[in-house]
Design a protein around this ligand. Structure first.
Ligand SMILES: Cc1cc2nc3c(=O)[nH]c(=O)nc-3n(C[C@H](O)[C@H](O)[C@H](O)COP(=O)(O)OP(=O)(O)OC[C@H]3O[C@@H](n4cnc5c(N)ncnc54)[C@H](O)[C@@H]3O)c2cc1C
Length: 494
């Protein structure tokens, strides 16, 4: 019978035979006679997951955390800091009733049955444990909000730099060595013990083979910055801009796939809608559509139910002619957006005073904004007339019944000035990735564990399923980093 171990044995043999050809690079890397250095655990990638794994590693476990960049360069540092957790003191203070069960059910609903229920349950438990650990160590959530996919508000808002600094300091004081400018290139296979036993790394001084006696934890993040890999899994996002951390190039996924690791949920790679053209950071996002704006394409036509998740809006927007689309809203909606989210002031705060903004076309009438944006005025006016007549009565032909996630009723666009904001979709995360068990052990295509190999954070698949709930990316990294540290120690190199 073919199984992964046999496959690897064959592959190792083939690898040695093929060692002279340039096609051997996806083959298992054999352990050298002598390693350059030896640790108990090697963690690959100093983002949220890697730093959490390092911080939770018990004292006395000789651990190395390597980072390929000269600084922490993952998405964890640049993210919005939303961290989903249920049944927390912050929620109770606000009178929000939530439970682990409700959170699990929401995640399975959002994932449309394509996520692994055991991994989802493990995530929910680990998120609460990590929330408790963080708050016990002085990290405070600024507020608890509701966001995409949630039945109740559970997105806690942390400041990522503070969180990462806490993990880094804790890891260092526990004796973990953190090394920058050290890129993992391949995982190393011990063909006698039939397990992953180390990492081949590239440093500024050359290549090193580093032994990991208990195992290797991959915390390399996603692959939004690897356009080839993105296009391979979802051709629809070919060429879409990414604003994820600079190090998110999918290295961990490729290194694990060389050992037969399974890959889950490629369909979930979707771009997030609401960004200015050529955005640089998360601050370049405006979501007036969730307080009433409609979305139109360059022909002045609506193309989607605007109350859907911002990922589905991204899908629909990218399919429009020249991938061009706009948010269109009136003065009342503009004011409401700034009342709902103070960050919107950056975009629209100057409109009343100056009658303009660098982020969109401002005009007294629909015809005026249409002209400025190069859209047919009559088509735009007809679109708005139909929307104003039907959507508030619950008869929208595109099915919009709420402002967003079931909240609020569609409102007509009436009071000028009107604003047309050129809006685009960008990649933040890739959400899909390596199959693991609930304790982060990597699983191969034959459904067997790959001994000695663990994966935590965005590099994991199976967590989100078909779609993504806000606050479960950053949260997943921090929570499963902790779980991975416990698992590798518990397994004792078996
Ligand atoms: C703009 C933005 C906003 C977001 N907002 C939120 C939010 O509010 N809430 C939420 O839940 N999620 C959010 N996300 C998603 C979330 O940030 C990520 O899913 C999560 O932080 C990933 O953490 P990680 O530790 O797995 O990976 P990362 O933080 O990306 O870290 C991976 C690290 O591994 C390093 N690395 C990669 N390859 C190698 C290698 N070969 N050798 C050594 N090191 C390597 C990288 O350089 C990097 O430092 C957001 C993402 C972005 C981009």
């Amino acid at each position: 019978m073919t199984n992964r171990r046999n496959l690897l044995k064959t592959a190792v043999l083939t690898a040695s035979a093929a060692a002279f050809s340039s096609t051997a690079s996806a083959m298992p890397t054999k352990a050298p006679k002598k390693f350059d250095e030896e640790f108990d655990v090697v963690i690959v990638g100093a983002g949220g997951a890697g730093l959490s794994a390092a911080a939770h590693m018990p004292k006395g476990v000789k651990t190395l955390l390597i980072e390929k960049n000269s600084i922490i360069a993952g998405s964890s540092l640049v993210c919005d800091g939303k961290f989903s957790a249920a049944n927390t003191p912050d929620q109770k203070k606000e009178g929000i009733k939530d439970s682990d069960e409700q959170f699990v059910n929401d995640l399975l609903k959002v994932g449309q049955g394509q996520n692994n229920p055991d991994v989802v349950r493990a995530l929910v438990k680990a998120l609460k444990a990590e929330y408790d650990w963080l708050t016990a160590h002085g990290i405070k959530s600024k507020y608890v909000g509701i966001a995409s996919g949630m039945s109740v508000p559970r997105a806690h808002n942390f400041e990522p730099p503070k969180v990462l600094e806490l993990y880094q300091k804790t890891a260092e004081s526990n004796g973990v060595e953190i090394r920058f400018d050290t890129a993992a290139q391949r995982l190393i296979w011990d063909s006698d013990k039939e397990r992953i036993c180390g990492v081949k790394v590239k440093t500024q001084k050359g290549e090193l083979n580093i032994k990991a006696k208990l195992g290797v934890i991959l915390t390399t993040g996603g692959f939004a910055r690897n356009s080839e890999l993105c296009a391979k899994y979802n051709p629809a996002i070919k060429g879409v801009q990414a604003i994820s951390g600079a190090g998110t190039t999918g290295d961990g996924i490729l290194m694990a796939q060389a050992y037969g690791a399974d890959f889950l949920n490629p369909d979930v790679i979707k771009a997030t809608y609401g960004f200015t053209p050529n955005p640089k950071t998360i601050k370049d996002k405006s979501q007036v559509y969730y307080v009433g704006a409609i979305l139109v394409n360059k022909d002045g036509k609506r193309f989607v139910n605007e109350s859907l998740s911002y990922k589905l809006l991204g899908d629909a927007a990218l399919k429009q002619p020249e991938s061009k689309s706009f948010q269109l809203f009136d003065h009342d909606m503009m004011v409401k957006s700034m009342e709902t989210d103070a960050r919107e002031k950056r975009f629209w705060g100057m409109v009343d005073k100056e009658g303009k903004t660098p982020y969109g076309y401002v005009g007294k009438t629909l015809a005026d904004v249409a002209k400025q944006a190069g859209i047919d005025a009559k088509a735009l006016e007809a679109t708005v007339k139909e929307y104003n007549e039907l959507a508030p009565k619950g008869m929208d032909p595109l099915g919009r019944k709420s402002l967003g996630s079931g909240f609020g009723k569609p409102i007509p666009l009436k009071t000028g000035p009107f604003i047309l904001m050129p809006t685009t979709a960008v990649l933040l995360s890739t959400y899909c990735g390596l199959k693991t068990d609930p304790e982060t052990r990597v699983i191969d295509v034959f459904n067997q564990k790959i001994p000695g190999l663990y994966a935590a954070g965005e590099v994991m698949g199976g967590v989100h399923g078909a779609a993504y709930m806000t606050g479960t990316g950053f949260g997943k990294a921090l929570a499963f980093g902790h779980v991975a540290a416990e698992a590798v120690v518990k397994d004792k190199g078996r």
